[in-house]
Design a protein around this ligand. Structure first.
Ligand SMILES: O=c1ccn([C@@H]2O[C@H](COP(=O)(O)O)[C@@H](O)[C@H]2O)c(=O)[nH]1
Length: 324
């Protein structure tokens, strides 16, 4: 986690921009502008809509990355949005991760993987890449992620391969502990025989999974996902998990505020990274400046200007609430 913490310190901003494009979040004239280019590149017309959206997603992401790269430490592409488009979308996911990394950003791949150990080992190649062909070669990293999110439902043997791959590649993982969604309590708040809630038991496991990997800043490679929509539990988890860095989604579009997440930071104002996706990449829709008559370039300029302003507003709100 040291690289992430240093990136946050460099910009004095503990927030991450979620790159979760959907057709509704990309201005239609941007999508339309790729029609001719894509028509020439597909094998069959059936592929056209997905291919066209995928190219538009990349241009949209590149615009946002360029607009925020100097003020945020990290981006979090959500792989579901890209997988929805098939192979063209997955290509754009990896291209987005690579482009963000080239701009100096920490890239947190929200892939939420989890499976039995042997399969988890294959998923963990998101972190340590494809093995080198010989001792003289480097592993090939097609994903360009610095961290991935992991689902703990399968227990320790589903997590260990990720911890090993993260350690080998100097990367990190973030394990779901107390998620931000409305139904999260159905499982996570259940009482266990020993008096703990399920999410508290998972929290204790996460703290243990990371114990051998604590870095210079006191946090391990095994982070936790804790929703901004659970401020009280997040504050309690901060005390319970002193060596676990938090990824905090649920800010903005899901209702979480800077005040809600303040208790998830440690006494030094470190220990957490707050995500906003739709609140930043969709800010152009709420700007009051959008019109169908804008050209594709003008629409992308509006996307950039609105995303940057939303990211600055989030940064400033977090600075007031956290770096008190
Ligand atoms: O508990 C969780 C875990 C992950 N997420 C992901 O974060 C973003 C949130 O998007 P917003 O548009 O800012 O609501 C999205 O990729 C989720 O899959 C989460 O929301 N909650």
């Amino acid at each position: 986690m040291d690289r992430l913490i240093e990136a946050i310190n460099n910009v004095q901003n503990p927030s991450v921009v979620g790159l979760d494009p959907t057709e509704a979040l990309v201005p239609p004239q941007v999508v339309a502008s790729f029609a001719d280019e894509v028509r020439d590149s597909v094998d069959s017309l059936d592929e056209l809509p997905a291919a066209q959206l995928a190219v538009a997603y990349f241009e949209f992401n590149r615009t946002i990355i360029d607009a925020v790269a100097d003020i945020v430490p990290a981006v979090k592409p959500q792989i579901a949005m890209y997988e929805a488009l098939g192979p063209a979308g997955v290509d754009v996911y990896t291209m987005t991760c690579e482009y963000a990394a080239q701009q100096g950003l920490y890239v947190l791949g929200d892939v939420k993987r989890g499976d039995i150990g042997s399969t988890a080992a294959a998923y963990a190649h998101h972190l340590n890449g494809v093995a080198a062909a010989s001792e003289d070669d480097n592993a090939f990293d097609p994903w360009h992620e610095d961290a991935v999110t992991v689902n703990p439902y399968l227990g320790t043997d589903g997590i260990t391969p990720f911890v090993e791959a993260a350690t080998e590649a100097d990367k990190d993982i973030f394990v779901l502990v107390r998620t931000s969604n409305p139904s999260s309590s159905e499982l996570q708040m259940l009482d266990l025989a020993d008096g703990k809630k399920v999410y508290e038991h998972v929290a204790d496991l996460v703290e243990g999974w990371g114990a051998e990997t604590i870095g210079e800043h006191g946090y391990s490679r095994v982070g936790a996902v804790v929703g901004a929509t659970h401020p009280e539990e997040g504050r309690a988890l901060r005390a319970r998990m002193p060596h676990t860095f938090f990824l905090v989604p649920g800010y903005g579009a899901q209702g979480g505020t800077a005040q809600d997440v303040a208790g998830m930071f440690d006494a030094d104002g470190s220990g957490a990274l707050v995500n906003s996706s739709r609140g930043i990449i969709g800010a152009w829709k709420k700007s009051g400046k959008y019109s169908e008559s804008l050209s594709a370039d003008e629409a992308l300029d509006l996307v950039a200007e609105s995303a940057r302003q939303a990211a600055l507003d989030m940064r400033d709100a977090l600075r007031i609430a956290v770096y008190r």
